[in-house]
Design a protein around this ligand. Structure first.
Ligand code: HEM
Length: 154
């Protein structure tokens, strides 16, 4: 049997109040590897997970509305990975801090959010849809940037 060692590190950065580490965008290669369709499927899995998660109360309560929200997020992630700027075209400037301000995002909510991303990424890892280096850069981006979105105490 061939157990190839994985170099992926999905450690979740601990949140420390007042500390926002510098954000690095994901490698464009992640999008090149999985394609727009792959990104849309990733965000569909992610929003399906959120819909069933302990933080589902933050999100739309109708599955169809939730799926649409997932595709708006896919627009964002395609754009942040250097692809077509769908988010800017459809929603305007990202201004993520402002857009998240109406929702109480606690350190705990961020953990549930990122755990859903870890789950949603599994098919990409298992089917080797992208290189470990590119998957890692995507993880590092959401790991750090999700800290920036925390705007409420536990
Ligand atoms: C830290 C935990 C986070 C929580 C709990 C959270 C929660 C939410 C909620 C409740 C919404 C509104 C419903 C929706 O449109 O989906 C939203 C929107 C969105 N979030 Fe997050 N979010 C988090 C982090 C992030 C991060 C790190 C990113 C990007 C890297 C991100 C990207 C987006 C985008 C693109 C939208 C859509 C904005 C729009 O349509 O105007 N979120 N988020």
């Amino acid at each position: 049997m061939n157990f190839s060692a994985s170099s992926l590190n999905f450690t979740i950065l601990p949140y420390q109040e007042g500390i926002t580490p510098p954000v690095t965008k994901p490698n464009p290669g992640f999008l090149t590897d999985i394609g727009e369709e792959g990104m849309r499927e990733l965000l569909n899995r992610f929003y399906t997970c959120l819909f069933e998660s302990p933080i589902k109360g933050l999100f739309p309560q109708e599955i169809d509305v939730m799926k649409d929200a997932g595709q708006t997020s896919a627009d964002f992630f395609i754009q942040i990975c250097g692809g077509t700027p769908y988010f800017n075209q459809n929603r305007g400037a990202p201004q993520m801090g402002r857009r998240h301000a109406p929702f109480a995002i606690t350190p705990d909510a961020r953990l549930h959010w990122i755990i859903c991303f870890e789950e949603a990424l599994q098919p990409i890892i298992n089917d080797k849809q992208s290189s470990e280096e590119n998957i890692q850069s995507f993880w590092d981006y959401i790991n750090v940037f999700s800290i920036w979105m925390i705007n409420a105490r536990a």
